[in-house]
Design a protein around this ligand. Structure first.
Ligand SMILES: *[C@@H]1O[C@H](CO)[C@@H](O)[C@H](O)[C@H]1NC(C)=O
Length: 213
């Protein structure tokens, strides 16, 4: 190969590298992915979306992995009402062996973000979860997608994970009412107060998304 063709090949190679580098770093990787991988990033996301102070008082240690079918929950991304008609198909977190956990999905913007007079709506609460086998936990509030009593607008939905205090199961005294009564009953829920009521340690995991209703 003569010098000129080598030079040309090299130039093409470098150009390809440049395009490749640009593509993989700036176009393919969503900004949140980099952003959330740090404690500071998580704190900023929670403050930006006002999850602190509207739901939580402090920054939990980990981001819970949650999926509704193929839709991944990722610190404030948008899902649709259709996506969340049924419970998540995957929820996992890092756990200590022998510990029990409580998982809460709540809606702080009930009935609206501007006037959340019934804050929060408990969409789903599962307690006494061994490790992260949430299907083996005890349902405290069965899964409810957003009811029609939500006003139109953008709403936040927050997953909070508590580690329970000790290895004995908690006795939850929330009345599990009949489904037809649920809409009246499900309001004024407070994630942090629920945690304190059952003497749980501070929330250790979180994730959240938004839906335009
Ligand atoms: C956990 O349980 C112990 C013993 O019952 C109690 O002293 C402690 O205050 C509890 N922790 C929390 C965070 O409530």
């Amino acid at each position: 190969m003569d010098r000129r063709s080598k030079c040309l090949l090299n130039a093409i190679f470098q150009l390809l590298c440049m395009i490749q580098g640009y593509t993989s770093q700036d176009l393919v990787v969503p900004p949140f992915k980099k952003f959330r991988d740090t404690v500071v990033g998580l704190k900023n996301a929670l403050l930006d979306f006002q999850i602190i102070p509207d739901v939580l008082e402090d920054v939990p240690l980990q981001v819970i992995k949650v999926k509704f079918q193929d839709k991944i929950v990722n610190l404030g991304n948008k899902l649709t009402l259709l996506d969340i008609m049924v419970p998540p198909t995957h929820v996992s977190w890092e756990f200590e062996k022998g510990a029990l956990y409580t998982l809460i999905m709540s809606g702080p913007d009930y009935p609206s973000r501007m006037l959340p007079e019934f804050r929060e709506y408990p969409h789903w609460v599962v307690g006494n979860i061994p490790g992260n086998s949430y299907l083996a936990g005890e349902t405290v509030f069965d899964y409810h997608d957003p009811p029609e009593t939500y006003h139109p607008g953008t709403h936040r939905f927050v997953f909070t994970l508590y580690k329970q205090n000790g290895s004995e199961p908690v006795e939850f005294d929330e009345n599990i009412l009949k489904k037809e009564n649920m809409i009246l009953f499900r309001k004024y829920f407070k994630t942090e107060i629920f945690g304190r009521k059952y003497r749980m340690e501070a929330p250790i995991g979180v994730n959240f998304f938004e839906v335009d209703l």
